[in-house]
Design a protein around this ligand. Structure first.
Ligand code: FAD
Length: 428
């Protein structure tokens, strides 16, 4: 057992935990961070492929001009590159270019105006966008909500979709050298200021009474005056940490929040075969960015404007939750099969071009139990219940507990970590 009593113990060294640790330690408080994985970052999970190129199995994009992310990138001297290129869809055996993620926005805007109260997106599609006229729009919206939000259409909030689409012309960026650079910067600053890290230790139990907590792992037990829990909403939903005394209202409220599923596949090829016009019926996909389809792995993107011959496959939403990923090679085969359909290329020929394949099923990883949060109808009240500190002693933060529109992002995690850290400091 660690003999020292810290001012604060933080559980989880993802973006929220690191941001909070830094803010708290900078006020002179002693901070311990306990992390289940062997390194920091959580759902920021960059690795280098055989060519040494950084690819992302977790967060990949900076969605717009986000204040905290930009502030940190600037401080760390890390560069970003705008994401550019064309958007395509493969449907009914044909490749066709789209102008944007949602082409028919003006029609949709009118339909949004018909809504006086929030309803699930599935209900919106059937009640407000029925019939052949809107088939294309329903296809794009379903792809967007299941893919981008990783959400269940039967629960996702239409108001939140409306708000998201209204600002979706924001520029997207990638971080040069990978998202992990941001994590390394935060971790280094935490260490320089004396934060004590415990890696490869999952907290199993948190014992608490006013101004006194004990976080118990298999190897260790860390005492502090306050605890900040930054594990994912999925871990809270599944009772990944046992509280003594129990906090059943937190678990129940978390279970009412939306937490989506994603299987992400990264395939590195010998050459960027999608630029070969013979495979695309003469269509020019040289600047391909995103491609949407109805295949088993439906959404694909490139690293454009970077030249790497990499395709990222994405399966999001409820289908990802039930997708069999026990055998990685099977998933890679399914991904190749999806591409072989889209590009009308023999799957064997495609496998011969494959240099390496990676896959991560975030729902099957017990330290996450899913990918990221999305807004459900009337979800704010449940979020508030989870956020409410317990007896000025146990606090909660993380991407899914962020009030703003960036829920489900790194920015949301940073924001939540910082905001709850301020609240916790003020309560000492
Ligand atoms: C596939 C995927 C793609 C994404 N794409 C993007 C994107 O392009 N842009 C974007 O902005 N965001 C994206 N996100 C979302 C973004 O990654 C997250 O919102 C953000 O990283 C969450 O940070 P967090 O600190 O709230 O949680 P986490 O990163 O989950 O951190 C929580 C930490 O707690 C640890 N933990 C869990 N249980 C325990 C325990 N019992 N004891 C100790 N430690 C524990 C976990 O290991 C983890 O490190 C993506 C996420 C995924 C999964």
């Amino acid at each position: 057992m660690e003999s020292k009593t810290f001012d604060v113990v933080i559980i989880g060294a993802g973006a929220a935990g690191l941001m909070a640790a830094l803010e708290i330690v900078l006020t002179g408080k002693s901070v311990a961070v306990i992390e289940a994985k062997e390194k920091a970052g959580g759902r920021i999970f960059t690795f280098h492929n055989d060519d040494g190129y950084p690819v992302e199995l977790g967060a990949e994009f900076v969605h717009g001009n986000l204040p905290i992310t930009k502030e940190l990138l600037k401080k760390a001297g890390i560069k970003i590159t705008p994401v550019r290129g064309s958007i395509w869809q493969y449907k009914d055996g044909r490749l066709a270019e789209q102008e944007d993620f949602i082409d028919d926005y003006s029609d949709l805007e009118k339909k949004f105006k018909e809504l006086s109260q929030d309803i699930p997106v599935a209900e919106f599609l059937s009640a407000h966008l029925a019939g052949a006229k809107y088939e294309e729009l329903r296809f794009s919206l379903k792809n967007y909500v299941e893919g981008y939000y990783a959400a269940d259409l039967n629960r996702a909030s239409t108001f939140s979709l409306r708000n998201e689409l209204a600002k979706s012309d924001d520029e997207q960026y990638r971080i040069e050298g990978g998202y992990l650079q941001l994590v390394n910067h935060l971790e280094q600053r935490c260490k320089e200021n004396g934060v004590q890290f415990y890696f490869s230790q999952a907290v199993l139990q948190l014992h608490w009474k006013k101004s006194n907590v004990e976080a118990v792992t298999v190897q260790n037990s860390v005492r502090a005056k306050k605890a900040l829990i930054t594990v994912s909403v999925g871990v809270l939903q599944n009772g990944g940490i046992e509280f003594f005394p129990a906090l059943p209202e937190k678990k129940l409220a978390a279970q009412n929040l939306g937490f989506g599923h994603v299987v992400k596949t990264i395939l590195s090829f010998d050459d960027a075969f999608w630029k070969d016009k013979e495979l695309t019926a003469g269509k020019d996909l040289t600047d391909l960015n995103f491609l949407f389809s109805m295949e088993q792995i439906p959404t694909w993107w490139t690293q454009h404007p970077k030249k790497q011959a990499i395709l990222v496959g994405w399966l999001g939403g409820p289908r990802a939750d039930v997708f069999d990923t026990v055998n990685k090679e099977n998933v890679i085969q399914k991904a190749l099969y999806s591409l072989s359909q889209i590009f009308n290329i023999d799957v064997l020929q495609l496998s011969q071009k494959l240099k390496s394949g990676q896959m991560h099923n975030w729902s099957a990883d017990l330290h996450f139990c899913g990918a990221y949060s999305y807004e459900v109808v009337n979800g704010k009240g449940f979020m508030q219940t989870v956020l409410q500190p317990v007896d000025g002693t146990v606090y909660f933060a993380g991407e899914g507990l962020h009030h703003g529109p960036e829920i489900g992002t790194v920015e949301a995690a940073l924001n939540s970590g910082r905001e709850v850290a301020y609240q916790l400091i003020a309560n000492f």
